[in-house]
Design a protein. Sequence first.
Length: 130
Amino acid sequence: MKRLALLFALTLFVLPALAAEDFTGKWSGQFTGVAPDGNQVTEPILLNLVHKGAELSGTAGPNADTQWKILKGKVEGDKVSFEVQAGGDNSGGPYVTITMAYAEGHLKGDFNAQRGPEKLTAKIDLTRVK
C-alpha cells in the first residue's frame, strides 16, 4: 500500500514538473539585427500564443493593436517555430520565420524576414507577460 501511495505522489507532483513548458499566453520582447541597408534595427514584438500538444497558433506583431495570424506553428520539446505574413495574406508585407528555444524563462532565437529580395536576419528575446 505504501508503494502505491508513493507512486501516486510521484505521479501527481514530480512528473508534471518534468513536462514541457506550456507556451500559451502573451510573450513580449524585441528583435535586434541588421537591416538590408546595413543599419542596426531593434523593434518590439508581441506574441499571443496558444499551445496544444505539438501545435502552436495565435498571433504575432509589433504591439497589441497590430497582430497577424501565426502560420505553420509547431512545438518540439523546448523549441517553438512559426511563420507570419506581416500585413496578412497577399499584402506584400514581409514574410517572417521565427525559431526559438525556451530557457530560463525566455524564448530566444532567430527572426528572419523577407520582402522581395530584401532580407532581415535578427536575434529575438521574449519573456512571458504577467
